[in-house]
Design a protein around this ligand. Structure first.
Ligand SMILES: O=C(O)CCC(=O)C(=O)O
Ligand SMILES: [Fe+2]
Length: 340
């Protein structure tokens, strides 16, 4: 495997190798500066002793999930030091030699730790300008032993991330008119899957010719994302691409396909992508939080009725992840396969 980082580090690249050139629809590059509209959720209100404040926050959370499928989370209690440490340690991992990183190379989605490039090189029509490290971190924690301290930093971080998501899932259950622990029980969240994905996008001499990660939706319930100072994430909530400029020290959270399936389409997963840049190496760290891998997920019966027939076929979470992995990453095409 030839990683993008190796390609960039070993050459003074002036052009892009042809196998990375993406033919984009020109409409795709139209950007709208609507970033100020991205909803902001104040996490401290979920733990407020004032019940009015909590119910207001739950309502805002429900609105964000229904109208947008994403929001910025502020006042979440995860220290800036830990967040910086995760980014620094991620850089440390990608700075290891190719030989050291290749110890974790693999083709299987359920390998506990997997280092790779592009999305799935066996199905990608063009290669994407992105290297990655994926670790299954819950219910069993897995992380590379190098660089020193990386694994400990990640473990602390993913534990904090799980606590935040657990609270948000309670709020989401209530916002859907369900009992607070509905999603926890039905999705077996205590044993839920947490897949950590560290994306590395090296600088590119011609970012307009390549794609970091093409338009897709995430497979899980909720994804918690942070990035270094370089932007590149774009979202497409209503057919237009919007660049995301995160608020300082915030998390970007988006709903995934399993939230759409479970809510019977009330909360739709949001299409997003990552573009490359010329300026420097961009890192993003996402944690996809999903049901326990063997949970069969279909629309919640409470959200299905004569006026709202079930819109998705039930599928085991593990099988859905595999389905997405086996095909080209393309917008909502995976969800379309189980749409009724
Ligand atoms: O790099 C980003 O900002 C987005 C990454 C992403 O969408 C993913 O890992 O699923
Ligand atoms: Fe994503």
């Amino acid at each position: 495997m030839f990683s993008v980082k190796e390609l960039v580090d070993s050459n003074s690249l002036r052009s892009v190798p042809s196998n990375y050139i993406c033919l984009n629809n020109p409409e795709d590059s139209i950007l709208y500066n609507e970033t100020e509209n991205i909803p902001t959720i104040d996490f401290s209100q979920f733990t407020s002793s004032n019940p009015n404040e909590r119910s207001k926050a739950i309502q805002q959370l429900g609105n964000a999930c229904r109208d947008w499928g994403f929001f910025m989370l502020i006042n979440h209690g995860v220290s800036e030091t830990l967040r910086d440490e995760v980014i620094r340690a991620s850089q440390g991992f990608f700075d290891l030699t190719e030989k050291e990183k290749m110890e974790h190379s693999g083709r299987n989605l359920f390998d506990p730790i997997r280092y790779g490039t592009s999305f799935n090189v066996t199905v990608d029509k063009t290669l994407f300008w992105r290297d990655y490290l994926k670790c299954h971190v819950h219910p069993h924690f897995n992380a590379p032993s190098k660089p020193p301290g990386f694994s400990q930093t990640l473990e602390e971080y993913i534990t904090k991330g799980r606590e935040l998501i657990a609270e948000l899932l309670k709020g989401i259950s209530l916002s859907l008119g369900l009992e607070e622990n509905y999603i926890h029980k039905r999705m077996n969240v205590d044993l839920g899957s947490q897949l950590l994905v560290i994306n590395c996008y090296p600088p590119c001499p011609k970012p307009e010719l390549v794609m970091g990660l093409p338009a897709h939706t995430d497979h899980g319930l909720l994804t918690l994302l942070m990035q270094n100072e370089l932007g590149g994430l774009q979202i497409q909530p209503n057919g237009k691409w919007i660049p995301v400029h995160p608020l300082p020290n915030s998390f970007f959270i988006n709903t995934g396909d399993h939230m759409e399936i479970l809510s019977n389409g009330k909360y739709k997963s949001v299409v997003h992508r990552a573009v490359a840049n010329t300026k420097g190496i961009r890192f993003s760290v996402g944690i996809a939080h999903g049901p326990e891998l063997d949970t069969i997920v279909g629309p919640a019966p409470e959200l299905v009725g004569d006026d709202d027939p079930a819109a998705y076929r039930a599928i085991k979470y593990r099988d859905y992840m595999q389905l997405q992995q086996n095909h080209e990453l393309d917008g909502k095409s995976c969800l379309d396969r189980i749409r009724i």
